[in-house]
Design a protein around this ligand. Structure first.
Ligand SMILES: Nc1ncnc2c1ncn2[C@@H]1O[C@H](COP(=O)(O)OP(=O)(O)OP(=O)(O)O)[C@@H](O)[C@H]1O
Ligand SMILES: [Mg+2]
Length: 262
């Protein structure tokens, strides 16, 4: 059974794209067949996996037209990418008059989902039609939260959106979990925010915490996940641990659950 996970938080810069790339790469290195889909016109997921400016088709042509999803290979075996470019921004408007406009991505993924164990969708920092398409296509939502003072701000909006979506468009949508990102090991603030988040979300919060690590910030400019850029970094360790925790939570993983490190 394949699982589709939308990585979402309408707050900007909380680690959605970093988490999508590195979690997906770690899962692929644990022998999972993984597809990542870039639904953000910023295209950070696409460039972070080595496609600086995709010249061929992107997710845009499929969403607003009839083209099948373009699927590219990446530097990681077992990890494939549906790229995005700047013109995807136009889809927010072009989708509006279209039939079943919230279900375009779901319809595009349904014929191919069986080929993958996991499909991760990176979303833009907004709750517009692109994010809506991701949340309608998804089985679960993974919420990265930046360990800073305003981490919980705006979360009520996201929770209300999820509740409305369950009623109207996607009754199966569940919360996969909350990931604490950019944790400052030496700051009291991070620890205090992490405590608050755990009180609020309880067991939904992953035990694994992603530390602030400069390697995670550098890797995308080399077009690589951190596991290939610096496999011995703390950032790589953290995302490998997160992948194993997620695979364990999902049970029934076929492999020994080892992540092969380069
Ligand atoms: N654990 C980390 N340690 C250090 N830097 C990080 C970490 N996680 C993310 N960053 C950096 O912080 C910035 C924001 O991260 P990222 O792009 O993943 O967030 P985002 O939620 O996808 O942003 P947006 O809302 O714009 O799509 C990036 O420059 C990224 O390289
Ligand atoms: Mg992003």
């Amino acid at each position: 059974m394949s699982k589709i996970i939308a990585v979402s938080n309408q707050k900007g810069g909380v680690g959605k794209t970093t988490t999508t790339i590195n979690l997906a790469a770690s899962m692929a290195m644990a022998d999972q067949r993984v597809l990542v889909v870039d639904m953000d016109p910023q295209g950070n997921l696409t460039s972070g996996l080595g496609q600086k400016s995709p010249t061929g088709a992107t997710v845009y042509e499929s969403l607003v037209g009839d083209a099948p999803l373009p699927i590219l290979s990446t530097p990681v075996d077992g990890l494939s990418l549906v790229p995005a470019g700047r013109h995807l921004a136009g889809a927010e408007v072009e989708l509006v008059p279209m039939e079943r406009r919230e279900r375009r991505l779901e319809a595009l993924l349904s014929p191919i989902r069986a080929r993958y164990d996991f499909i991760l969708i990176d979303t833009p920092p907004s709750l517009g039609l692109l994010t809506l398409n991701a949340l309608v296509a998804a089985d679960t939502v993974l919420i990265p939260l930046h360990c800073e003072y305003f981490a919980l701000e705006g979360l009520a909006d996201l929770m209300a959106t999820l509740a409305r979506l369950r009623q109207a468009l996607n009754p199966r949508l569940d919360v996969e979990g909350v990931v604490l990102t950019m944790f400052g090991e030496r700051t009291n603030l991070s620890a205090q925010v992490a405590r608050e988040i755990r009180q609020f979300f309880e067991s939904k919060v992953f035990t694994t915490v992603i530390p602030r690590n400069v390697r995670l910030a550098e890797a995308p400019s080399h077009g690589l996940p951190v596991l290939l850029y610096d496999p011995r970094s703390k950032g790589a360790d953290a995302y490998v641990a997160l992948a194993l925790e997620l695979l364990n939570r999902n049970g029934g993983v076929r492999t020994t659950q080892a992540v092969s490190r380069p």
